[in-house]
Design a protein around this ligand. Structure first.
Ligand SMILES: NC(=O)c1ccc[n+]([C@@H]2O[C@H](COP(=O)([O-])OP(=O)(O)OC[C@H]3O[C@@H](n4cnc5c(N)ncnc54)[C@H](OP(=O)(O)O)[C@@H]3O)[C@@H](O)[C@H]2O)c1
Length: 289
């Protein structure tokens, strides 16, 4: 399968390319500098040139707090309109589009996992922009898949695991919120899920995260313990730790449709975290990198 990937230097995109190669596919990653997803001509040219079997949109503005401030207008364009530009080009070329979206399209007031058909009700500019992107993909028609995921970490990107480790290894005090609940997701597992869904020609909205759920505080504690550090992690509330963008308090996603489509159950997040440590973090600890 030829997999065309705009936003090719991003955290998910890098792992997707590596995993696609390992599964015998042909990834074609194109970085932002060579393809702006807002450019309709560029989308057409890339698709005509590569004739992919699927286009996986990994391009987005993902700094949630920056999206609330100075990057708000750009986020609404890139995350809100960009997917529609790609979707129209895909429809014209009869290429299926798999678009990545987020738990931030929900307001977080639920008390059980959000099903794929739950109504989007974002509470941040990032969430609003991503919900607009979903709508643009649906409105374009054609063969589309929207894959919502959450709390993503992996090599080659800014992420919570690396931030906690850097601070804990430097002996910095850690304060982490306990009143936001979600499901941490390893890019290695997310990349496998994207490819499985493309392989079975899944259509519509699908959710994928690692299994189980936890608070950011519990996640941070697990990270510190897995690294063998004896650093206290103080639990705080979101009110004690104000950030520019509001976050959903509960954003666990229902994974049933993913199971129905692929017959796979995502492994629990501690298992995936352990693999991330084994594959990517042990070496950095030994070398101090
Ligand atoms: N990370 C998470 O926790 C998380 C959670 C849920 C969903 N997601 C979704 O997963 C997807 C991938 O996220 P990620 O974590 O891999 O993000 P990322 O590491 O920030 O990568 C996004 C990439 O998109 C590129 N980009 C930005 N604007 C662009 C444009 N106009 N045209 C083309 N490329 C552009 C960026 O390039 P530059 O940096 O050079 O601008 C960057 O390489 C996104 O749709 C995101 O919403 C992520």
């Amino acid at each position: 399968m030829k997999v065309l990937i705009p936003g090719g230097n991003g955290m998910v995109a890098r792992m997707l390319a590596e995993t696609a190669r390992a599964r015998g596919h042909e990834p074609i990653s194109v970085p932002h500098a060579e393809w702006d997803i807002l450019d309709a001509q560029a989308a057409k040219a890339q698709i005509d040139r590569h004739r992919p079997d699927v286009l996986v949109n990994c391009a987005a503005l993902t700094d949630v707090d920056a999206c609330e401030g100075e990057k708000a207008a750009l986020a609404l364009k890139v995350n809100g309109e960009g997917p529609g530009v790609l979707a129209k080009a895909c429809v014209e070329a009869l290429v299926p589009l798999l678009h990545l979206s987020t738990d931030f399209v929900f307001d977080g007031t639920a008390s059980k996992p959000y099903p794929v058909d739950a109504r989007a009700k974002p509470i941040s500019t990032y969430g609003i922009s991503k919900a607009a992107g979903e709508k643009a993909v649906k409105d374009a028609g054609g063969a589309w898949t929207i894959l919502r995921t959450a709390w993503v970490y992996g090599p080659g990107g800014r992420n919570f695991v690396d931030t906690i480790l850097r601070k804990a290894r430097a002996g910095e005090p850690l304060k982490v919120v306990r009143d936001q609940i979600g499901a941490p997701t390893y890019t290695g597992d997310l990349a496998e899920a994207i490819l499985r869904l493309a392989e079975v020609h899944a259509r519509g909205i699908v959710h994928f995260t690692n299994g189980w759920h936890c608070s950011w505080h519990a996640f941070a504690q697990a990270i510190v313990e897995m690294d063998g550090l004896d650093v206290p992690v103080e639990a705080v509330t979101s009110a004690q730790f104000p950030r520019p963008a509001r976050r959903p308090a509960y954003s666990v996603l229902d994974l049933e449709r993913y199971h129905l489509l692929t017959r796979q159950r995502p492994r629990p997040w501690p298992e995936a975290l352990s693999e991330y440590f084994a594959k990517h973090l042990k070496a950095s600890k030994q070398t101090g990198a």
